[in-house]
Design a protein around this ligand. Structure first.
Ligand code: F0G
Length: 480
């Protein structure tokens, strides 16, 4: 097997706008020449297109090496991120510096009910909420936190809508570093806040929104020796690439027709797109899935950038959505996301608050569950089906980014029927009442409970969680 190991010099930084290739990044991870974002590239991979100049990494050898690591006892091999380390920047002395919670290794599920509801039989979800801190952030955090450790930093910091902060706090604690969290006061879920507290972060709730927290943090890292762990940090993007690599492995390296991701700060879509392009370059896959990005209508600056301005500019906005994870009005990585959207031929969509809530309950009814921001993927798929962009015979993978238990308040309010009380969405919400499962309060009496069971059994014949138009005898396709 001939596998070139990454050496320290393999991964290089490059500015996404002016192409400058600095030897190292400053505290804010921005290009000192033009101020835009940096990304890693791997000059050692570049080779000619013909047999006389084959790829520097042998794709067949890589696939079998990665598979063999699944039975290893080594912590790095057990991580679903570091298992793919040939495609990541090298961390010197990994035994000393790599901080891993065995992230990645997330399941791919068939969604039979959602498949029926969308008319896409081959519909799967890659559940990144099944990571150690219950969101996709862990896959990037293990790489970026390890880089902070290797750099000898005492403090790491992020601005967050809740998941980055939970993940950062955990990895900092594991790596014996202090962590500073800046979150918008009152605008993140309790589940996420409780995580950063328990993992020991200095948690500052700023009277601002996510974008305001980012502004303060950017100024802070220029004054203090604090390592920035937001997704402008290109190590984060590299780690998050592995979700796409692992997905391709799970699909026996046969890409689906479509991958659909939520869009907030747009780091994740950039990472998944980067992985797809690199995998094709390395001949690990032979064609590209279309990568589509879905935003909440109340936090849709990228959707508007693409639809209204042809991607030429992005107008920041004041964002508002109950999917608080993606309540972001000025996404840092929009240019990276635009590039992968165009390179893969994907689409961008926006979905309403009620569409998000309904999609979340539908994913839940498949026994999977996710947080509201993840559910924009299913809501977006429905729109992409209606527009004809996704066809019924095509295969689709939704990237579910966070676990159901991240935001139980949202779920309880939806099922109790008061999520949209007093809002402009009340009338639209009435149309998805059939998805609600209201808890019942009963006397502690056997007869009463049996009566409730019998009533539920009578109702189940007409399964009240099906949309009124849906045929009740549709056959379920077995999970792969
Ligand atoms: N889904 C969830 C559950 C998220 O937490 C986020 C982002 C996204 C989707 C969007 O991903 O920003 O890469 O486009 N959460 C960040 C945070 C901003 O601070 O936790 P993105």
């Amino acid at each position: 097997m001939s596998i070139a190991q990454n050496t320290e010099t393999d991964a290089k930084l490059r500015c996404i706008s002016c192409g400058a290739t600095p030897d190292s990044a400053g505290q804010d991870f921005r290009c000192t020449a033009c101020g835009d974002l940096l990304e890693f590239f791997f000059p050692g991979w570049i080779s000619g297109p013909d047999a006389f100049n084959p790829p520097a990494l042998d794709p067949t050898a890589l696939k079998s090496l990665w598979l063999s690591r699944r039975t290893s006892r080594d912590a790095l091999d057990q991580s679903g991120v570091w298992r793919f380390r040939e495609l990541l920047p090298h961390i010197p002395n990994p035994e000393e510096h790599v901080i891993t919670l065995r992230e990645g290794n997330t399941p791919l599920y068939h969604l039979p009910r959602c498949a029926r509801a969308t008319g896409v039989e081959n519909l799967h979800a890659k559940h990144q909420g099944m990571n150690p801190t219950a969101s996709f952030k862990d896959t990037g955090m293990t790489v970026a936190a390890s880089s902070a450790h290797q750099g000898g930093f005492r403090w790491v910091a992020c601005a967050s809508t809740g998941n980055t902060s939970a993940s950062m706090a955990a990895y900092a604690a594991r790596g014996n570093m202090h962590s500073l969290v800046l979150i918008p006061e009152g605008k993140i879920s309790w589940g996420k806040l409780s995580q950063s507290l328990d993992y020991g972060a200095l948690t500052c709730q700023l009277r601002s929104d996510f974008d305001g927290c980012v502004r303060i943090l950017n100024d802070l890292v220029r004054q203090k020796p604090v390592y920035l762990l937001n997704s402008v940090n290109p190590y984060r993007i590299e780690g998050q690439k592995t979700a796409a690599i692992e997905l391709m492995e799970q699909l026996a390296w046969e890409p689906p027709d479509h991958i659909i991701v939520p869009g907030g700060n747009l780091g994740n879509s950039s990472a998944i797109g980067k992985a797809l392009l690199e995998m094709r370059e390395l001949k690990l896959i032979s064609r590209l899935p279309k990568l589509s990005i879905i935003q909440a209508q109340g936090a849709n600056p990228f959707y508007r950038s693409v639809r209204e301005f042809g991607g030429k500019k992005l107008e920041p906005m004041t964002a508002d959505t109950l999917a608080t994870a993606i309540r972001i009005g000025n996404p840092a990585s929009w240019k990276k996301a635009l590039r992968v959207l165009q390179a893969t031929g994907g689409e961008v969509e926006e979905v309403t608050e009620v569409e998000i809530a309904a999609a979340k309950a539908e994913i839940g009814a498949d026994g999977i569950g996710c947080e509201p921001a993840s559910a924009v993927t299913l809501a977006g798929l429905k729109k992409l089906r209606r527009s004809g962009f996704v066809k019924s015979g095509e295969s689709v993978v939704l990237i579910l980014t966070g676990h159901l238990l991240k935001d139980p308040d949202f779920t309880i309010k939806f099922h109790r029927g008061d999520l949209f009380d007093g809002t402009a969405d009340e009338a639209e919400a009435a149309q998805v009442k059939y998805l609600q499962r209201t808890p019942v309060v009963l006397d502690a009496n056997l007869g009463v409970v049996i009566a409730a069971l019998d009533a539920a059994e009578r109702d189940s014949g007409s399964d009240s969680r099906r949309a009124p138009s849906e045929p009740s005898d549709a056959k379920e396709k077995l999970n792969r």
